[in-house]
Structures are given as C-alpha cells and as structure tokens.
Write a protein that binds this ligand. Structure first.
Ligand SMILES: [Zn+2]
Length: 412
C-alpha cells in the first residue's frame, strides 16, 4: 500500500478557498527517483489532481534508468568495511592489488591497470558532475573522468568525507549512468581500518544493477482569458528525489505548494497563459524530464513572462526565501509590494542551482522560493534519509502558495 490513509486538510480559511484542499498525499510517496514505481505513481497522482481542477494535461514520455543496490563491502586480511555502490555502478566481485591517488598529478602516474584504485583528498572532495550533464560541466571534473578512464582501473573506490553542501557522509563521488567502471565510496574511518588490516589483496564486492525504465514529464495548463496571450507564467517544482531519501523538504514541499497554487488559480482570468510543471529529473544525473521538456518547448522560452521555482521551501522555523533573477526595477518594486503582507516570506540571496537555472541562463525573469539560511536548513537534511515531513511546516507552504497566487493574479 503506497499511500497512508492520513491526509492533511488545510482549512479553507487558511487558503481563502471555498473548499478544503487535500494536501498530505504528496508527502506519502517516499523515495521516488526516476524510473521507480513510486515516481510513476506520483506523476499519475499529479495528473489526476490537475485534471480534477480543470487543467489541461500533457504527458511527454521519456526513457531513463532505475538503479538497485545491495549490501556491498571491501575486505582486506579478514577486515571487512561497508562499501556504498555509486549510483548506476556495474556489479563487481574481485580480489585485487590496490593503488591510491590524492591529486590529479598522482592520478596521471598511478598504476591502475586491472587494479582497485582509491581516490582520496583533492580528487574526492566534492561530487563529480556527470560527464554528460546537459546544463553545465566542470573542467576539473572532466579531467578527473578522463584520467580515471586512462588508468583503466578494474574498480574505483572514493574515500569521501562530509559532503561540502549536503549533510551526507560519506557521499558518492560518481553519480553517472554513463560511467562504466565499477565504483563505490567509503568513509575515512573505513579507509583507516583497511590501512590497519593485515597486508593482502583487497576483495571488492559491489552489488548494483541498472534497469531500463520509462518516465513521464507532465505539463498542466490553463489558457489566458483572451487570445493571443502576451506570454505565459511558468510555475514549477521537481517531483523526483535522489536515492536513499524520502524527499519531503526536497521536494514534496515544492510539489505540495505547486498543487496549492493550482487550486488557487483554477479560476484565473488574467491575461497570461499559465503553465505548471512538476519537473521530473532535478535530482537525477541525466535530468530526463527537464531535457524532454526543453526539447519540445525551448522555443517558447522568450514567451515566459515569469518563471517561479519551488524547491525545498517550508523548513520548520525558517522563513521562505524569495530570490530573483533577470527582474527589472519595475518588477523588483512590484515584488516587494506583493511580498509585504506575508510575514514569513522574505527576500533571499541568489542560488544558481535547481531547475530555475535552466531558465535564468535563458534570460527568463525568475523567482525561486526555498528555505532561508540554506546551509543550516535544507542542507542538513536534503538527500539523506532524515528528509522527512516532520521538518516541513505546511502552514509555510500555504502562505507561499497564497503569495504566488496573489502575485500571478495581479501581474499585468
Ligand atoms: Zn530539490
């Protein structure tokens, strides 16, 4: 049984709606990476909700991969430590000599051929952007990938510590469905235990498997009262999660807010076309939903009057931070006026991540709503098993939805 029977009812007074809105469901889907059954069920649920509210719904299907991992380990001289498989790693079980590299210079010289190679320190200080990531790349990360390829290691194990952004330790260095060398990651403590173990070859067991799957990118629309519309307003929140997290704050919170905004705007009669998009791939290395959407609708980017991203807002005890991108002075002033009645919303600093980046780089005026003080709120739980709905204050989501509905309704 996927969904719990518990549903949170937000009173009509809070929303200013004539009817109550059922709102707890999106928190009940749990871990939902691309290609999983939970991901498909949430997509279907959102489509059903949108259609019940009278929105036109379009589905763009895509292909993707799903990953399953099992208990994995390294063993040397009778000492066994846990190994975390990299997402999408091939399976592996061999006993081999090992080599170590800490810098790109060392990685150029290390004897990798047919060995287990440990990557440490400078090479393992931050997660590597997937090689074929569609939206940006890092020259250093690309160099590490090509050096790793040249070394022709049989397997790679990264020794990682605390994630520089997320409170996740250890963290995966590789998260790339197209990286074909078996790989995993371990903690500094596990590495120290292996160094202390009696000298011998190291057995590496990686239990991991990928499956070809399908997913859907949904788009929900309401046409402007009169045609042709002068443009469209795009409101979006990513619906997928990383692996190994229930993804309540990141980003069931945004999806719940998206539904609330849709409920508030179902009778919108303003000049703009409205488009609501639960992007399906923000926490996946290939961003399949985003790419599928852009393949089809990139040409409409100049028509977007305003893009609004909802990602990880509503952390309990924190305000909702509204950051702006590509807004002119008139829009900035308009925004401040619209924000002033909302006690728990405030201006926040720019952050160039998440799905708004795609549109910001395309010159689209954008807002992004997240939780204030990212480092001490979102980053302490996001991408971890601790990202549960207990951290999310639903009243903050309702307030954010009210703000967006009012902003959109008044936008000339
Ligand atoms: Zn997110």
């Amino acid at each position: 049984m996927l969904r719990s029977v518990t549903k949170i009812l937000i009173a009509s007074t809070l929303l200013g709606l004539s009817a109550s809105v059922v709102f707890g469901d999106v928190f009940d889907f749990g871990e939902r990476p691309l290609g999983t059954e939970e991901n498909r069920r949430l997509a279907a649920y959102l489509a059903e909700q949108a259609q019940n509210m009278g929105y036109a719904a379009e589905s763009l299907p895509f292909t993707c991969v799903r990953w399953e991992r099992g208990a994995s380990f390294l063993e040397r001289g009778g000492v066994r430590v846990p190994l975390y498989p990299s997402p999408f790693s091939p399976a592996f079980d061999q006993t081999l000599d090992a080599a170590v590299a800490s810098t790109t210079q060392q990685l150029k010289r290390v004897r990798g051929d047919g060995r287990l190679v440990f990557l440490r320190d400078e090479l393992a200080k931050e997660p590597l952007t997937p090689r074929d990531y569609p939206f940006y790349f890092s020259a250093l990360h690309r160099e590490i990938y090509s050096l790793v390829d040249e070394r022709r290691a049989a397997a790679i194990v990264a020794v990682t510590g605390r994630h520089p952004m997320y409170d996740e330790s250890p963290f995966p260095l590789f998260n790339d469905a197209n990286f074909k060398t078996p790989s995993g990651y371990i903690s500094q403590e596990s590495y120290a235990a292996l160094l202390d173990a009696p000298r011998s070859k190291i057995r590496t067991v990686i239990k991991s498997k990928v499956y070809p799957e399908t997913g859907e990118q949904w788009i929900f629309r309401k046409a402007a009262a009169t045609t042709p519309a002068p443009g469209k307003i795009l409101i979006f929140a990513h619906m997928d999660t990383a692996y190994n997290t229930p993804g309540a704050l990141d980003n069931a919170a945004g999806v719940a807010t998206l539904l609330l905004v849709m409920a508030r705007l179902r009778d919108y009669a303003g000049p703009y076309d409205l488009e609501f998009v639960p992007f399906n791939g923000e926490d996946s290395p290939m961003a399949r939903g985003e790419v599928t959407y852009l393949d089809r609708y990139r040409k409409e980017m100049p028509d977007i009057r305003l893009g609004i991203n909802l990602d990880a807002l509503g952390f309990r005890g924190a305000k909702v931070a509204v950051s702006t991108y590509n807004l002119d002075a008139v829009d900035q002033e308009y925004l401040d006026q619209q924000l002033s009645p909302f006690a728990n919303l405030e201006r926040g600093p720019e952050w160039v991540e998440s799905d708004h980046s795609i549109f910001v780089f395309g010159g689209v005026p954008c807002l992004a709503l997240t939780s204030a003080d990212l480092a001490n709120t979102v980053m302490t739980v996001a991408h971890t098993p601790r990202d549960t709905s207990a951290n999310v204050d639903r009243a903050l989501l309702a307030e954010a939805a009210n703000f967006i509905a009012q902003l959109v309704t008044a936008l000339k």
